[in-house]
Ligand binder design. Structure first.
Ligand code: SAM
Ligand code: SF4
Length: 353
């Protein structure tokens, strides 16, 4: 034991976290379907410097800071996850780069025993300045969201964003070695489901990037918009093939949510994330940690286990470990979108994608 870690969170009162074992054993964790749970996605904040139409309403209210995990709380839960066999972590949000102290937080997560892969999903706006320090701190890769190459449309879909900032961010990420670069585009009907998709796919011809087209998923308050405007994987693929000819299969591992293909002769790949119409639950070893400290067992289901409340109430390492392990064991098989059921309790920015 290294003694109790006393810390001051953003709350006014003092919180004492239970002792951390000195070095911890790592045991693999499986859910009740035999899937190995080895991937944790952490939402560092629900706040964002953009307001994408498919993600949140423009007047979105964010949680007060005292409801979010402090760095110390988050690192404690990361160590517990690592002790349960989590080897891969993705930082997301809201927008992860706006979290104060992000570089030091990345450094501490990257140094956690057992964590082999640390990636981030970001809108890229702040990467121009942050890519290099993040890479030096131990971040390995980034997925950058960019739904169109048309500056005016980009501003409309993100409500507040400027395309040139993201473009600079992509260049900075590549220069910093945060590779392979993956670009995420959520496709919205009558908005970016035409020439925008072609322009984005064209980027892979000259660049060794993966451009991933994502089916829009329904959540909470913006679910009507999302359901009405979803473009299916089959439609997206057909549209790309109508322009570039048949896509070549690259080999799908059923672990990465994106199915990769290649435009003939291209350096990079085009991927499709078909969460709505062709889910990929059989290979899913992911669980999520929301910024307010809940273990979310499936992106598209409401099931969550509160870890932050017991942590703040003084639960021991073993008690928290048991909560996380049992939660992971009860991970649901998959979502129920085809039965018309979708998660209402959070918007996408509160989960992290
Ligand atoms: N702010 C960062 C970003 O935009 O990359 C990270 C958080 S964002 C919630 C993570 C990913 O979810 C982004 O690629 C975003 O485009 C995607 N996303 C947001 N709302 C979505 C929705 N309703 N359906 C599908 N993907 C969505
Ligand atoms: Fe912000 Fe990402 Fe949501 Fe866009 S998708 S509003 S960038 S959290």
């Amino acid at each position: 034991m290294i003694g109790n870690v006393t810390l001051y969170t953003n709350r006014r009162d003092k919180v004492t976290i239970a002792p951390l074992p000195e070095g911890f054993a790592i045991e693999p964790t499986f859910d009740s379907y035999g899937r190995r749970i080895n991937y944790l996605r952490i939402s560092l904040t629900d706040a964002c410097n953009l307001r994408c139409v498919y993600c949140m309403p423009e007047d979105m209210q964010f949680r007060p800071r005292h409801e979010l995990m402090s760095d110390e709380e988050l690192l404690y839960l990361v160590k517990i996850a690592a002790s349960l066999g989590v080897t891969k972590i993705r930082l997301t949000g809201g927008e992860p780069t706006i979290r104060p102290g992000i570089v030091e937080l990345v450094r501490a997560i990257a140094a956690t025993p057992g964590i082999q892969d640390l990636a981030m999903t970001t809108n890229g706006i702040l990467l121009d300045k942050l890519a290099r320090p993040l890479a030096q701190a131990g971040l390995k890769r980034v997925n950058i969201s960019i739904d169109t190459l048309d500056p005016e449309k980009f501003h409309r879909i993100t409500r507040w964003g400027h395309l040139e900032d993201v473009w600079r961010g992509i260049q900075a990420a590549e220069a910093a070695g945060l590779t392979p670069i993956k670009l995420n585009a959520v496709i919205v009907r009558h908005f970016n489901d035409g020439q925008d998709m072609i322009d984005l796919a064209q980027l892979t011809v000259e660049n060794d990037w993966e451009v991933r087209f994502i089916e829009m998923m329904p959540f909470g308050e913006v679910s009507d918009f999302q359901q009405t405007n979803v473009v299916t994987y089959a439609e997206m693929k057909q549209r790309i093939e109508a322009h570039f000819g048949p896509l070549e299969e690259v080999g799908y591992d059923f672990i990465d949510p994106s199915r990769p293909f290649r435009i003939r002769g291209a350096k990079g790949t085009v991927g499709f994330i078909s969460s709505v119409t062709e889910p990929f639950c059989q290979g899913c070893g992911r669980v999520r940690l929301t910024a307010d400290g809940k273990l979310r067992l499936c992106l598209l289901r409401e099931d969550e286990v509160d870890l932050l409340t017991p942590l703040r109430a003084g639960a021991s390492w073993e008690e928290l470990r048991a909560l996380m392990r049992d939660g992971a064991y009860h991970k649901p098989w998959g979502h129920e979108l085809s039965a018309g059921k979708f998660a209402q309790n959070r918007a996408m920015n509160q989960i992290g994608g």
